[in-house]
Design a protein around this ligand. Structure first.
Ligand SMILES: [Fe+2]
Length: 236
């Protein structure tokens, strides 16, 4: 348990230990930080079902970049993919929070302390300074693996450790493709060609598995829509 934690209202990054002069993630000034306790008073986490057994976790009202996380009611336990920036003890308790990559670790350490759940982050992404304060909570994962019946596939690309997840007919692509207003773009915050290759790998795997729903960092959509969006972006 940490004594102090602060949350950046511009992006949602959780700073463990002290409020920094500048947000390590988005560069916002000190005035953008509130304490994690204030954050929990001001925001709550909503859980909305987006597929059988899959719930989208969002902050209400929106917090920072509002990176959406997901909760899977798997047969052997509850698996969260990524984590909200705001800590809310009223959410369904997860057994594990497993990350696609290190960009939005949110308040995972607080969820871990409160619910005694484990935190899994792709090993290659744990070397980044953004993940450093969370290392005491993190279990490093590498390559492909499965937790309960949720399958993780290391596809690299957007970040070195980027890992997609699949469960039944739902795929978790996180921010491989991001929304820009009404438009979409292949995530530009990473190496271009490897990110496109990662999108291609996710699409091929999704087809093989007959995935129906894709959960992304900005919401869920049908696999066909995600796939068409990717093909459109490739053709531009
Ligand atoms: Fe990202």
């Amino acid at each position: 348990m940490v004594a102090e934690q602060y949350v950046c209202l511009c992006c949602g990054y959780n700073m463990i230990g002290h409020a920094p002069d500048v947000c390590p993630f988005c560069g916002a000034g000190k005035e953008s930080f509130i304490s994690a306790d204030q954050c929990s008073e001001k925001f709550k986490v909503t859980e909305e079902q987006v597929a059988d057994g899959v719930f989208e976790l969002c902050s209400s009202p929106k917090l920072g970049l509002e990176h959406h996380a997901y909760s899977i009611e798997s047969e052997q336990g509850r698996v969260c993919i990524d984590c909200p920036s705001c800590f809310d003890h009223r959410v369904e308790p997860p057994d594990i929070i497993s990350f696609t990559h290190h960009h939005f670790l949110g308040a995972c350490n607080m969820y871990s302390d409160y619910f005694k759940c484990s935190i899994a982050v792709p090993e290659a992404d744990t070397r980044n300074y953004i993940a450093a304060p969370f290392l005491p909570w993190i279990t490093k994962i590498k390559g492909d693996f499965s937790f309960n019946d949720v399958e993780a596939m290391w596809i690299d690309g957007h970040t070195k450790g980027f890992t997609a997840y699949f469960w039944h007919d739902v795929g978790f692509a996180c921010d491989l493709i991001i929304a820009n207003g009404d438009n979409f773009m292949i995530n530009p915050y990473g190496p271009k060609v490897p990110t496109m290759d990662a999108c291609r790998e996710f699409e091929e795997e999704g087809k093989k598995r007959n995935i129906q729903t894709v959960c992304t960092s900005h919401g869920s959509m049908s696999f066909d829509k995600w796939s068409d969006t990717f093909k459109f972006l490739l053709s531009k």
